[in-house]
Ligand binder design. Structure first.
Ligand code: OSB
Ligand code: MG
Length: 376
């Protein structure tokens, strides 16, 4: 796959979309009311491939933004594509650019889409996925000021048969929430995600979370401190899951060696794409840890990519791929990711990413459009 030619890259187009969210989504780093997403459309070897960049409008999750991704793609990554016709060639061109993994992932996804479409197979088959037709869905619920409203949201999620509930927490919005939720729902599969909001001085507070039978505590400490996480993991019986801290397979190796976590949330965009995701999943599961697929409030396009990823070996636990309709009134692809009556989402059946981009719909959300190279 890495050495196969996809032909020549003739044209790259980028769109920046602004899509309203059905409700404001609050994490420890802020409230998000709409989704800004950079979408790439790559025309190579006579086939169109699509990719969604998971970077957000502001550098709050990590340092990337939609506009840094546009800059890096336009000035540095797209020009290197003009000289490559295999993924191996593309990756070696990308290596010269430090970081900016979300920008790289968007192009990688689009080129994998091209390659899979040329072969008439899905991304899942291209990447060596298992024959899964549907993926168990988990739900991530933003920080709730109002506990009765949170209880209703969880009740609704359980009615829809979501397989696992993740609660966003931050300092001061944690133990009381967990007490109320466990009071109402003593046995549901439950996790929390702090998005790097705590410090080692909160060790005692995090220790009390051990009493709530959580499947994991996601990213308690800052986004690049593997050492402090390793000290914390030694004191907890609950597994730590790292998200922001893991950018590369080297980070994953260090984390496993130090015992900084037992679980890694793989966001394909955060680690530079699906090929890197597959390598990290393989390494972590062999080293005795486990992985699952996270989310960045993707549109239907990125959601379809996350579903393809979850067919790969190791992705057995429910991830954060909720159905598209949870966040968006209108989707930019067909078919939309939708829950079945047992809380699963079908792996989209088409070739490549598996869904069709509705270009007219996409244009209605575009605040920026530009052709990076190509004719017209
Ligand atoms: O840390 O997992 C996270 C959303 C935006 C930024 C960071 C995160 C999240 C989520 C939501 O938890 C996952 C989703 O539903 O896409
Ligand atoms: Mg997270």
């Amino acid at each position: 796959m890495m050495e196969e030619s996809f032909g020549r890259v003739d044209r790259i187009e980028v769109f920046i979309l602004r899509v309203p969210l059905n409700f404001p989504f609050e994490t420890s780093f802020g409230v998000q009311k709409e989704k800004e997403a950079l979408i790439v459309r790559v025309d190579a070897g006579g086939v169109i491939g699509w990719g969604e960049c998971v970077a957000t409008y502001a550098p709050l999750f990590n340092y990337e933004t939609t506009k840094t991704a546009l800059h890096v793609i336009k000035e540095f990554l797209a020009p290197s594509l003009a000289k490559a016709d295999t993924l191996a060639g593309v990756f070696s061109g990308f290596q010269l650019v430090r970081g900016h993994l979300m920008a790289k992932a968007a192009l990688e996804n689009a080129l994998l889409d091209v390659l899979a479409r040329q072969k008439g197979i899905s991304l899942s088959v291209l990447l060596g996925g298992e024959k899964k037709t549907r993926i168990p869905s988990g739900i991530s619920i933003g920080i709730a000021k109002d506990i009765p409203a949170l209880i209703r949201t969880i009740e609704d999620a359980l009615t829809k048969r979501y397989h696992r509930v993740k609660l966003k927490i931050k300092k001061g919005m944690d133990i009381a929430i967990l007490e109320a939720v466990r009071d109402w729902f003593p046995h549901i599969p439950l996790t929390v995600d702090a998005n790097a909001n705590y410090t080692p001085s909160d060790e005692g507070l995090i220790g009390t979370m051990d009493g709530f039978n959580l499947a994991m505590i996601e990213q308690p400490y800052t986004y690049d401190d593997l050492y402090q996480h390793s000290l914390l993991q030694r004191k907890l019986s609950t597994s730590i899951c790292l998200d922001e801290s893991i950018k590369t397979i080297d980070d994953a190796r260090t984390a496993m060696a130090l015992g900084s976590c037992r679980i890694i949330n793989i966001k394909q965009g955060r680690v530079g794409g699906l090929v890197n995701s597959r390598a990290i999943a393989e390494y972590v599961t062999k080293a005795g840890g486990s992985v699952w697929s996270g989310g960045m409030l993707e549109t239907g396009l990125g959601r379809a990519v996350n579903l393809q990823l979850q067919t790969l070996p190791g992705f057995d636990a429910p991830g954060d791929t909720a159905e598209t309709a949870r966040f968006y009134r209108e989707d930019i692809v067909e078919p939309s990711a939708a829950l079945d009556t047992e809380g699963y989402i079908a792996v989209p059946p088409g070739v490549g990413i598996g869904v069709t981009v509705l270009e007219k719909r996409l244009q209605t959300f575009a605040i920026h459009h530009e052709v990076l190279f190509g004719i017209g």
